[in-house]
Design a protein around this ligand. Structure first.
Ligand code: XMP
Length: 516
């Protein structure tokens, strides 16, 4: 077993929105962490040989009849355990302490005073620092051997240590960015308390993935759909690193891509990375079947359907293919395994969902263990350019969901030209990587304008720029006026056919990020 797997930390999920953040913070300390359901038994845990456990927070109260439980035998495994919020409260009750019930949730910043600077959890930290509290119930009496290692003004039991149980508990959330030194606390737990050495690096991951891919694939042929996005590109590169020419990438050009996108992608993969790509130019077919389609959901269905047909035909033409590679990420794995809250899928996003079953191929998913930021690091390590690694998310149905109303070649050309300017100016101003997405949307609205001595009656573009950490919720990004002005001036000057630019100031919810 690889060193990083021998030193993993398991995060037990009690349903907190922060569970994934906990795992990510631990991984930032170069220690591999995995999320498991809190109902896991001590026996199952022991079989995974973790170096430490973290009990996450959750929406329940320990006083609820249906409060999630924990197998008490985990305290006999002799592994260090960190309880955060609910996790701390649960263990405190088990240890004979008292948790006060509270009807309301308190949240906000508090100043934590370290009571025992010698405790390894707070090694290297200042005597007092800001932490983020978000809780309803609160520990008011410690367990039998509790030592208070940190307190805030209103929460005496803000951080505790129980030597007998090898247990640390914190009432605040070290995993969120509002807690100063939170990363250091997580790192102290993983490295100092659990004794992990920090072998979780992109290089180590690549070595492990290459080995596993070789084992799974043998001498079989693999295909991988390239979308132009980071995930499929990194998945392809990993597979290429493992089995070289046994991989063929399939790139379906649906005619809905951005300016020069297809050419750039092919150049990078074929010329720079030496990966074989089958380029299927299906633009006419996609645009033909979209003629007259206006309803957003119908557009997505048409595109999803066409994609499967085109991809399937291309795949069938390749001899001896047994595997289909997909860029599934760890958050998708967590969600589909039923751990944590289920995000509502409001738009039919997964437009290639039926593909593996239809093709009768086995899946290869080399990114199943990774969070998005780790995918980027692995991509860089594999030689991908910064430009490609830091590309903003782009929807599968492409510009189709950004041309409101009917999609025609002319309208696509207008949007492409406007979108190109948005990307250029965002990059130039250093804002491209600061936002989750930034793009133009072409509206089916014409309005009156003036150009020289003449009157114009042309289309409107909406500029959309949002900040988000996962696309599920988003805030509109407050771009500086200078940047807004540069984008607006260039679009109205340079794109014949657009005479008005508006800025979308809607957050999600209630708006979605894409307009359709
Ligand atoms: P919405 O518009 O639902 O988008 O707020 C959330 C995120 O998902 C992207 N998106 C898609 N991605 N296929 C995709 O692969 C789709 O059909 C699709 N629709 C939206 C969107 O760009 C944003 O990042």
């Amino acid at each position: 077993m690889k060193e990083f797997l021998q030193q993993r930390i398991l995060v037990l999920d009690f349903g907190s929105q922060y569970t994934q953040l906990i795992a990510r913070r631990i991984r930032e300390a170069r220690v591999y962490s995995e999320i498991v359901d809190s109902a896991i038994s001590a026996e199952q845990i022991a079989a995974m040989h973790p170096a430490g456990l973290i009990l996450g927070g959750g929406p329940a109260s320990v006083h609820d009849i249906n409060a999630p439980q924990l197998d008490p035998a985990i305290f006999e495994l002799g592994i260090p355990i960190l309880g955060i919020c609910y996790g701390m409260q649960f263990v405190t009750r088990m240890a004979g302490g008292e948790v006060k019930r509270s009807g309301s949730r308190e949240y906000g910043s508090a100043s934590l005073t370290v009571k025992n600077a010698g405790n390894p959890l707070f090694a290297g930290l200042p005597a007092a620092f800001q932490v983020w509290m978000s809780h309803a119930d609160e520990v008011v009496r410690g367990g039998d051997d509790y030592e208070i290692v940190g307190s805030s003004l209103s929460v005496p039991y803000a951080a505790v240590h129980s030597p007998k149980r090898n247990f640390w508990g914190v009432q605040f959330h070290p995993e969120v960015a509002h807690t100063r030194h939170g990363t250091r606390i997580m790192r102290n737990f993983a490295r100092r308390i659990c004794g992990c050495r920090g072998g979780w690096t992109p290089r180590a991951y690549i070595e492990e993935a290459v080995e596993l891919i070789r084992k799974q694939v043998g001498d079989g042929q693999v295909i991988c759909g390239l979308s132009g996005g980071v995930d499929s590109a990194v998945a392809a590169l990993l597979i290429h690193a493992a089995v070289g020419d046994q991989l063929t990438c399939i790139f379906v050009d649906n005619g809905l891509l951005r300016h020069d996108e297809a050419i750039r992608l092919l150049k990078v993969f074929e010329d720079n990375l030496q990966v074989r790509v089958l380029h299927v130019d299906a633009a006419d077919r996609f645009l033909g079947s979209l003629a007259g389609v206006v309803d957003p959901e119908s557009k997505r269905k048409v595109i999803g359907h066409q994609f499967i047909e085109v991809f399937e035909a291309a795949a069938r033409d390749l001899p001896g293919v047994r595997f289909l590679a997909q860029g599934t990420l760890y958050p998708d794995v967590i969600e589909s395994s039923g751990i944590g809250r289920h995000a509502e899928v409001i738009k039919s996003h997964h437009n290639v969902g039926g593909l593996p079953a239809k093709l009768g191929l086995d899946l290869v998913e080399p990114l199943r263990m990774l969070f998005k930021d780790e995918v980027r690091k692995v991509g860089m390590e594999l030689g991908m350019s910064e430009e490609m690694v830091w590309r903003q998310p782009f929807p599968g149905p492409g510009l189709a969901v950004r041309v409101v109303g009917e999609i025609t070649e002319d309208r696509l050309a207008l949007l492409r030209a406007a979108d190109r300017i948005v990307q250029q100016e965002m990059k130039k101003a250093g804002y491209y990587r600061k936002v989750w997405q930034s793009f133009a949307v072409l509206l089916p609205v014409q309005s009156v304008g003036v150009m020289g001595d003449g009157r114009t009656y042309e289309f409107t573009v909406a500029l959309r720029a949002v900040q988000s950490s996962d696309g599920m919720t988003a805030n509109w990004a407050p771009l500086p006026n200078r940047l807004l002005a540069a984008i607006s001036t260039r679009i109205t000057n340079e794109v014949r056919g657009i005479n008005r630019v508006v800025f979308d100031i809607t957050s999600k919810p209630p708006g979605t990020i894409e307009w359709e």
